[in-house]
Design a protein. Structure first.
Length: 354
């Protein structure tokens, strides 16, 4: 399973509308349009339950830990403590459905399970799309994820996808992105039922993000601001004896993404701070090597839930801060396809944007 998606009954446990799952290499079940939650559960292979059972040592004595098992086949998913209360897959979908009652027109867009089912997610479209510049539209989704192995709380967050390239800005919405977080404890169900109020601020949050991105699309990147941003997002090793080759390779990949500007599908943002944010996002979603034993699996996992997600969130705030007083875009942009790499690429890209 190079993709780390769970397999059940001979099928990959994921569904997606259209081609939105580039990170998962077009696996899973396909639908032309969004579906209701029961159909989403079935298509994603998530129509199963878990149970909590005592664990025993080699002498048959109960230990102070419990196991979470998938009921249908006894698959062990993880060890948890006494206070841990499972959140069933069906509760996850019911929770999202309840949140979306106040967002008319919302629909389930994707869902799936990772590993043996230790982590599940579902994403639903919410009707808060917007444009940064003409032709560059972004769509907004509500993502809910929970684990069955004790590794984390159930979390609802907002994410945006650039239609032109399908890259995700991840948790750029609502600051850290998480607007509902529920621990796996006895009152988890009550907490989830009372969380619907959290959706009331979604429109304002999307509006705030729109303003930020439009501001970035109006500011050009100088050599000084570019260097400061890259130094903060990808710090130099503290030990001068440490090799900088890996960092140089990362910077070259980011700068190449920046120079390509998604194939100049939206040429008006070339050379802007928004162009740079998209470059970091593209690098994270498609080129960054996450920690772990499998590049494809860990990159996709990280981009959605882990350190890659955090990098994209940091990038928005750092780029906003470092370009706050930058020069306004003149709309005279650097030609694409310079073919350079490393520091020479940086020089080529920003030479005429001072």
């Amino acid at each position: 399973m190079a993709h780390n998606l769970m397999e059940r009954n001979g099928k990959v446990a994921m569904f997606c509308v259209g081609d939105r799952d580039a990170a998962w290499h077009k696996l899973g079940q396909r639908t032309p349009n969004a579906v209701e939650w029961r159909e989403a559960m079935r298509l994603a292979g998530l129509d199963w339950r878990v149970c909590k059972q005592s664990l025993y040592d080699s002498r048959g004595q109960a230990v102070t830990a419990f196991g979470i098992f998938r009921e249908e086949d006894g698959q062990f998913l993880g060890a948890v403590g006494e206070r841990y209360t499972p959140i069933q897959n069906v509760q996850a979908f019911e929770f999202v459905d309840a949140l979306l009652e106040s967002a008319n027109g919302s629909h389930y867009d994707s869902a799936g399970a990772l590993g043996n089912g230790e982590r599940i997610w579902t994403a639903a479209k919410v009707p808060f799309d917007f444009e940064t510049v003409p032709g560059d539209s972004l769509q907004t989704y509500l993502m809910f994820t929970t684990s069955h192995d004790g590794s984390g709380s159930a979390t609802a967050k907002l994410t945006t996808v650039r239609v032109v390239c399908q890259n995700t800005l991840s948790s750029a919405l609502n600051g850290a992105g998480e607007f509902v977080k529920v621990k796996h404890t006895r009152n988890a169900a009550d907490r989830m039922r009372s969380a619907a109020d959290a959706m009331r601020g979604v429109g304002q949050s999307v509006s705030a993000l729109t303003d930020k991105l439009r501001r970035l699309a109006q500011v050009k990147v100088t050599r000084e601001s570019m260097s400061s941003i890259l130094d903060r997002l990808f710090p130099k090793p503290k030990d001068e004896k440490t090799s900088t080759t890996r960092r140089e390779n990362i910077l070259a990949e980011v700068l190449q993404c920046y120079e390509r500007n998604d194939g100049d599908k939206i040429p008006s943002i070339r050379g802007t701070a928004y162009n740079l944010l998209n470059a970091v996002t593209e690098y994270t979603d498609h080129y960054r090597t996450a920690r772990g034993g499998n590049i494809l699996r860990d990159r996709a996992d990280s981009a959605m839930f882990g350190s890659g997600e955090a990098l994209k969130t940091d990038a928005l705030e750092v780029i906003l801060e470092q370009t706050a007083n930058g020069p306004t875009v003149s709309r005279t942009f650097i030609p694409a396809n310079s073919g350079s790499t490393g520091s020479s690429l940086l020089d080529a890209i920003v030479a005429n944007t001072r």
